[in-house]
Design a binder for this molecule. Structure first.
Ligand SMILES: Cc1cc2nc3c(=O)[nH]c(=O)nc-3n(C[C@H](O)[C@H](O)[C@H](O)COP(=O)(O)OP(=O)(O)OC[C@H]3O[C@@H](n4cnc5c(N)ncnc54)[C@H](O)[C@@H]3O)c2cc1C
Length: 499
């Protein structure tokens, strides 16, 4: 064993970090508070149906894709169940304002063609826009798993501008600008705050072709858990960390809720940093300025989710995502508490491993800001009271009325409905304000809204969605950064590139 590491949090970041470190001979212990591993990869079974809680759409898993290559290196590619989304329609966008539907295709050419059909006068602009997206992403070495020797990467003008300015720079048609911003809830988008590079990362991943987990995202989490265990590591479930001990700018151990005390050479925080600060026996081990900065950073907004169990044989499976948007001019307003909820939602039939013609479940995710549930913030799962249950019921009804515009007979197909609010996300993932994508990134000061993987505490590292980028494609890349602090610069990238 090279050294030992305790990883706090068994979500996407904790499990990828644990998988890489254990593969490279580090003695790893991952501690996860929930009985089910995975964080955003968790699934739950309700009324006999498996529902995924977080990650519904993923990317980077096609042959040669960055996350696929990490999985190849870990030796798990053959064990995972992924289904690609249709290439001729990756996303179908419905705008209630004019009852118009746009169908977006994957691949650079097809993506441009699918929109140029509706906006022929914008074809050249679309070509330039797509080129700019790819140019921005090509500046990020880690995205392409390229070893980087640059101490301070210099970025182009587009990289650092706001997403709104970036889209407006290339696209002159107002309606098309709104359409191109449709995926902003996938990165917690804020028009005058989100940097263009974040939009570009997600857009490029989508244009390259998204996929989805088949049979439940937890299968992927289980594969990572098995791998860590096969590599000699330990994954503790249903026992969260309750205290983190420190002495003279070093972490000296952690205590779990069930009373286990664990010590290691390295400690990796794979939970929300603000949740982590509350576990420290001596908060001043981390500089006050650092804690205050992160405590005050805005978090991306949350979501209200409806998990619908459908009557067998009544609802056709569709192999893409559907977006419902109320108005073109409201496309950037998901972060506003003062507008009528919901402005829109994402809707899909998640695939089974052996998917037939009909689906047995429909998932609706509608962005929602924390203010909607703030009055119940001091309640816990299962004890939130009647008023909360009534409110959830009303939210479901509102959503169902909108879903009927897409599927007029939806109510006849429903067997059961289960809902989750931002409070559910906060309490299951341990994420501040139930944030979907962690801290909001700000183009005006990118370094301030990011968390480096190293800290002022020599043996404490950070990983997860708050460090660089969130989601299935961001978090595993940051795990490489985190692991390379222990294993050596470019060590993991070199190993991946040798395959
Ligand atoms: C509703 C929703 C939909 C989303 N959809 C998508 C999507 O379609 N595609 C996509 O790519 N991304 C999506 N995301 C984002 C994605 O889920 C996150 O970016 C990703 O899960 C973050 O990984 P992480 O490891 O940083 O945190 P998490 O996955 O949240 O993991 C943190 C883990 O730490 C555990 N934990 C917390 N406190 C403690 C403690 N004290 N001790 C031990 N363990 C602890 C938690 O239980 C959790 O398992 C979605 C998120 C949400 C909420």
């Amino acid at each position: 064993m090279k050294s030992t590491a305790v990883i706090i949090g068994g979500g996407l970041g904790g499990l990828f970090t644990g998988a890489i470190l254990s593969k490279e001979g580090v003695g790893v212990t991952v501690i996860e508070k929930n009985a089910t591993p995975g964080g955003g990869l968790q699934s739950f079974v309700r009324h006999g149906e498996t529902f995924d809680t977080g990650m519904h759409v993923i990317a980077g898993m096609h042959e040669g894709g960055n996350i696929r290559r990490i999985c190849d290196y870990l030796g798990i590619t053959d064990k995972i169940h992924i289904k690609d989304v249709d290439s001729d329609v990756i996303d179908s966008l419905y705008f209630a304002q004019d009852k118009k539907t746009y169908r977006i295709a994957s691949g650079k050419e097809n993506f441009i063609n699918s929109l140029a059909e509706e906006f022929p006068h914008q074809r050249k602009n679309l070509e330039n826009y797509v080129k700019a997206l790819y140019d921005i992403v090509s500046e990020i070495d880690l995205f392409y798993l390229r070893a980087s020797e640059t101490f301070m990467p210099i970025h182009g003008e587009d990289f650092m501008m706001s997403v709104q300015d970036f889209i407006a720079k290339y696209i002159s048609d107002e309606k098309l600008r709104s359409i191109l911003a449709y995926m902003n809830p996938l990165y917690g988008g804020r028009d005058n705050m989100t940097p263009a590079y974040l939009h570009s990362l997600i857009a490029v991943l989508y244009i390259n072709g998204p996929s989805r987990f088949a049979g439940g995202s937890v299968l992927f989490a289980n594969t990572l858990v098995e791998l860590i265990r096969e590599n000699g590591g330990e994954v503790i479930l249903a026992d969260g960390v309750s205290k983190v001990f420190s002495q003279e700018r070093r972490i000296t151990g952690v205590l779990t809720r069930k009373g286990r005390r664990l010590e290691a050479d390295w400690y990796v925080c794979a939970i929300h940093p603000c949740t982590f600060f509350q576990l420290l026996d001596e908060p001043s081990v981390l500089p006050k300025a650092y804690r205050t900065r992160l405590d005050n950073l805005p978090n991306s907004y949350s979501a209200f989710t409806m998990n619908i169990k459908l009557k067998p044989g009544t609802f056709r499976y569709f192999n893409y995502s559907m977006y419902y948007m109320s108005r073109y001019d409201r496309i950037w307003d998901f972060d506003r508490a003062d507008v009528k909820w919901p402005l829109g939602f994402l809707c899909m039939t998640p695939p089974e491993i052996e998917q037939g013609e009909f689906s047995t479940k429909l998932i609706i995710t509608a962005p929602m800001v924390w203010e909607h549930v703030k009055k119940w913030e001091n309640t816990t799962v299962g004890h939130r009271g009647e008023e909360y249950e009534k409110w959830k019921q009303e939210c479901s009804e509102t959503l169902l009325n909108m879903i009927e515009e897409l599927f007029p007979n939806i109510r006849d197909c429903i067997l059961e409905i289960n809902t989750a609010s931002p409070l559910t996300i906060r309490d299951y993932y341990g994420v501040k304000e139930g944030s979907m994508c962690g801290f909001s990134k700000d183009w005006k000061n990118i370094t301030i809204s990011q968390v480096p993987v190293i800290t002022k505490v020599k043996n404490l590292l950070m990983t997860g969605q708050n460090c660089n980028a969130h989601g299935f494609c961001g978090v595993p890349l940051t795990a490489i950064n985190t692991c390379e602090v222990i294993l050596g610069k470019n060590y993991v990238l070199d190993r991946i590139n040798k395959i």
